[in-house]
Design a protein around this ligand. Structure first.
Ligand code: ADP
Ligand code: MG
Length: 695
């Protein structure tokens, strides 16, 4: 018996005919839990099986789908090399041979006489038709073939133990029993404006199109809806922020800022000035600022953020600087201390490294306002820390804090101005998804006099040459960095590796040079001492473990050698590379790697091609894909099933435009025609909707 008509497609998959406990468990492993999840598992391709050609008509080199019968199979094990399963198949026109390497499990599925569908590339060798590693589908006795033959057929993404045929059956059941009762999510005029098909039609055609262009249009409609839901959340949050007036306007006289600028050894670039002006305009309003400050490595974001901090402090407010890790917090503390020292501003750090007494003292000084700027991890705003008068939060995002954590600030009942800094540039599509609720300032210009850096990727074999190069550069009076990545997941071991490496280098290739080692487990003073020696030139080569991002500015350093560079993300490499090329001399970055895959190799080669952080970010994200990028954690609960912000950029723009329009006319989506959309958005982004009040 069919289930009752149900229009709510968030029902568990078990409601479907033919889905029992076991099947539901299999589907769950594919992250399919509800009917909605299932219907949005779109085919990875389609196969036109309206007219299946007989074997006799196949041409070598072509991709073909055929329906055949198994004659026999045998396991072939050559003396050297991989074993393979060989099957002879035939239709009424001729015979063909199929081969699958390492696929013994297939043998039992292909008894003589079985009717199967094959899809793959055919070749012709010695008059024989051969399919190498074709996809295979086995028809069951008495099975209704109409879903699988005689039409354009969906082929789904990989499916564990679930065959294509099983998936087709389950999806067809959902299309049959659920979809006819499904209500339209998109408002009438939204559909008209963007020429989108209805939800029911879209789902049918996405799985069983009558022609491929239909499938494309159907997918577009589904992607649009998904992006729209995501953008509605962001638009709603932005709307809320834009209309808030619960912040405090900060309009300093400017005397402290004046002193700050006089203390700097440089003047701000025009690009920095523009970004600063946008920030200052924000802070001068009672609407709390929500701004993203981005720019390439070395573009000077920190000094811009520090100026905003100086303004807030001049207004008698406190400033909190949040970093994603303890080490980065320490590093920011050093930077901000150095900036603010001439102004007699009190800068403190609150991290887990403090003793109990220190912690108590720091909290007290925060509560009564003696501390003007505090640096810490996000524990700063999560623990029971009270501020005397918090006016500005600077978040060093590092792609680690999600939308969610930023949202927690609202919940805390603070209404400070918020400035988010990214460590590196981010692609535009990512900015639209991740930071879509923020205003953006971009510093597009590097301070004058920066030298382009020459980058080379080398294999391990060439390391001696790299050491040789370092020796020559030092001979010319220059200095170098040598960076080791976190390979072992354990700082202890990495440290050992780096320490051992230093001994090896000291005894061998770099014997004539002064070496120094810095690492994350060093006490601050010790590290500062070594850095200072490096700065003075007493150390020629600074060896660093990756945990320490070399937070130094030594214009005389012109070489950076990163060993096992494939362990770093591109953005991180770009960030590291930003430590050289700061002086008058030409700089060189050498990345030694032994990447295991072609993708990994391609990734490293991008570093050779460009110094443009925006491009590097784009490429990095393109290669690594959105999956890694918009994991549940980092996107604040937004898991995209059908859309790919990197590929579907036009749809993303359109959906964003539509979302902002809808929120403008109906900020909380209260209108009856928006009710379903609101439900969808909320369901999709449950994690985020905890703090975003959409209705
Ligand atoms: P980012 O954080 O954007 O990567 P930083 O803020 O660390 O860049 O700045 C990189 C270096 O450039 C720092 O040493 C900083 O003091 C210096 N710097 C910043 N602005 C300027 C400027 N306008 N002219 C010269 N040097 C600058
Ligand atoms: Mg920086």
């Amino acid at each position: 018996m069919d289930p009752q008509p149900i229009s709510d497609w968030s029902k568990p998959i078990r409601y479907l005919r033919g889905v029992g406990e076991q099947r539901a468990a299999q589907l769950a492993r594919l992250d399919i839990h509800t009917v909605r999840d299932l219907l949005l598992m779109l085919p990875r391709r389609y196969e036109d099986r309206r007219l299946l050609r007989p074997l006799r008509q196949l041409v070598g080199g072509e991709w073909s789908a055929v329906q055949v019968e198994v004659v026999n199979t045998r396991w072939a094990q050559p003396r050297y090399g991989k074993g393979y399963l060989e099957a002879t198949v035939r239709d009424s026109s001729r015979m063909a041979l199929c081969r699958w390497f390492n696929a013994r499990y297939l043998e039992s599925m292909l008894p003589a006489g079985a009717r199967i569908m094959l899809f793959g590339r055919v070749s012709v060798r010695k008059g024989q038709l051969i399919f190498d590693h074709p996809e295979v589908e086995v028809a069951r006795e008495g099975e209704d073939e109409s879903l699988h033959v005689g039409r354009i057929v969906p082929v789904y993404p990989l499916t564990e133990n679930l065959g294509q045929r099983t998936l087709r059956r389950v999806v067809a059941a959902a299309l049959e029993t659920f979809v006819p009762h499904l209500s339209e999510t998109l408002p009438e005029d939204t559909r008209a404006r963007w020429k989108l098909m209805g939800i029911q039609q879209a789902l049918h055609l996405a799985h069983y199109p009558e022609a491929e262009p239909q499938a494309v249009r159907a997918r577009e409609r589904l992607v649009f809806e998904e992006f729209l839901c995501m953008q509605l959340i962001l638009a709603a949050r932005k709307h809320q922020a834009d209309h808030a007036s619960n912040g405090r306007a900060l309009q300093p006289g400017g005397a402290l800022r004046e002193r700050f600028f006089l203390s700097l050894p440089f003047v701000l670039t025009n690009a920095q000035r523009e970004a600063l002006a946008e920030i200052q305009a924000d802070m001068a309003r009672t609407r709390p600022m929500h701004r993203l400050l981005q720019g390439d490595v070395g573009s000077g974001k920190t000094v811009v953020a520090a100026t905003a901090a100086v303004d807030a402090i001049e207004c008698g407010k406190q400033v909190a600087v949040m970093a994603p890790t303890e080490i980065l917090a320490q590093q920011h503390a050093r930077t901000f201390r150095a900036f603010l020292k001439p102004l007699d501003v009190r800068v403190d750090v609150l991290t887990s490294g403090l003793s109990n007494e220190e912690r108590i003292a720091t909290r007290a000084a925060l509560a009564d306002g003696r501390i003007q700027l505090i640096v810490g991890t996000h524990a700063l705003i999560q623990e029971h820390v009270t501020f005397h008068d918090l006016g500005l939060i600077i978040i060093d995002e590092q792609h680690k804090f999600g939308v969610e954590q930023r949202g927690q600030l609202y919940e805390k009942g603070f209404h400070p101005h918020i400035l988010v800094m990214t460590a590196t540039p981010i692609p535009r599509t990512l900015a639209m998804t991740w930071y879509g609720d923020l205003d953006v300032s971009t510093i597009r210009e590097l301070p004058a006099g920066r030298q382009p850096i020459v980058t080379r990727v080398i294999s391990e074999k060439l390391l001696p040459d790299a050491y040789d190069f370092i020796r020559k550069q030092v001979g010319k009076g220059r200095q170098a960095y040598l960076v080791y990545p976190l390979v072992s997941e354990s700082e202890q071991l990495d440290l050992k590796a780096a320490t051992a490496m230093m001994e090896t280098l000291r005894a061998g290739p770099l014997a004539s040079l002064q070496l120094g080692l810095v690492h994350g487990q060093m006490r601050g003073e010790e590290r500062d001492r070594i850095m200072e020696k490096f700065r003075r030139g007493d150390i020629h080569v600074l060896i660093a473990t990756s945990v320490i991002e070399v937070g130094v500015d030594v214009p005389n350093a012109t070489v950076m050698l990163v060993e096992n560079a494939e362990h770093f993300g591109l953005a991180q490499l770009h960030q590291l590379r930003g430590r050289i090329g700061r002086g008058a001399h030409k700089s060189f970055c050498v990345l030694q790697g032994h990447p295991r895959s072609r993708d990994a190799w391609k990734r490293l080669k991008i570093m050779e091609e460009t110094n443009d952080g925006f491009r590097i970010a784009e490429e990095d994200f393109r290669i690594r894909g959105m999956g890694n990028l918009l994991g549940r954690e980092q996107s604040g609960g937004a898991v995209l099933r059908v859309g790919d912000p990197l590929r579907d950029t036009v749809l993303l723009e359109q959906a964003r435009q539509e979302a902002f329009r809808l929120i403008e006319v109906d900020p909380r989506l209260r209108a009856p025609e928006h009710a379903l959309l609101r439900e969808e958005a909320r369901a999709l982004y449950r994690a985020s909707s905890a703090f975003v009040k959409v209705g």
